[in-house]
Design a protein around this ligand. Sequence first.
Ligand code: LMR
Length: 393
Amino acid sequence: MILEQLPAQSPDALLALIKLYAADPRSDKIDLGVGVYRTDDGATPVFAAIKGAERRLFEEQDSKSYLGPEGDMGFVHALMPYIFGSDAAMGGRIEGMQAPGGTGAVRLAFAVARKAGITKVHMGTPSWPNHAQILADIPLAGSMFDHAAADGSAAVDVLLHLIANAGFGEAVLLHGCCHNPTGIDYSHDQWDAIAAALSVSKALPIIDLAYQGLGDGMEEDAYGLRRVLAAVPEALIAYSCDKNFGLYRDRVGALYVMAQDSAQLPAILSNLNALARASWSMPPDHGAAAVRYVLRDAALTDQWLAELTSMRARIASVRAHMAAAANQVGALDLAAVGRQKGLFSMLALNKDQIAALREDHAVYMAGSGRINVAGLHSGNIAKFVDALAAVTA
Ligand code: LMR
């Protein structure tokens, strides 16, 4: 039989962790695995702004007929000022289309890059594990470099060197903010240097912006992306609303393309449409329509931004608590957690320590040592710090 030739694949490690955690009967278990925001009660509620939008959508939506591979263009355009700033279309050089989540947007970016002639994507590691998986599946060669230096800062010199030496047909993948998995972002000075290097490089920038608003703020988290776009002729931008609108399972993302000239956009977009049609035909509508409602209504927009601000404040307070516990767990650089951004940080734990945390302390984290800091709250942070101290003693 032909199908029995398929070798069994191991399940995605991060997603497998969700099931392992769910099956653990211990009541004091701690989930620091997959990247979802949690409140101080450990819940991941639907945003009130999204609930408000959904109520109106339910009343007003009069058809669920097909829209097309580009999805909800009202959604795509409503997001643009938040991502790109006041001249959101860069003089008509930027256009986008909806995609199924940030993952769909990244896949579309890599697929169109390959179609255009990109043969290699430079990528800082560690990265979101799915970046490498999607590259391999396209297939497109990945060329890895170290994202972080030994002192815990972003290793920008390595990146600048490869940007300077990249040939035509090479791309560089950058995390726009809230680096997944390290939480180590480029400083403004480093982004300025990256933009300057890209302005004289042959490399195509591909920017993955999946956590806008979870670092320093919606505007602040767009700094690097806007600096790069102001410096280069063309770029691809993969965007996710899964975290900053809390729409995870609704799969809401977008892929934007900045072309050297607006006249080139229709041909580029026709390729994106063809790739989408052959992959998922059309993206799911509901979540993107809800985001459109939020962004077109001033009261819902304010409510959404206030909810995002409180999420960010809670993440910052958890990070401050972790940094304050640095003395208790001398073997780990917990002070660095206080400086890092977004949902994630990486702790220098080995496989045995990560297994001991799970088995002896009911603490679940990715095998890389990545923690979702939003899984910590006033009721479990002391237990987590004690568990860290125990396994690293
Ligand atoms: C994560 O890294 O945990 C999130 O981006 C969820 C995912 O799809 O992996």
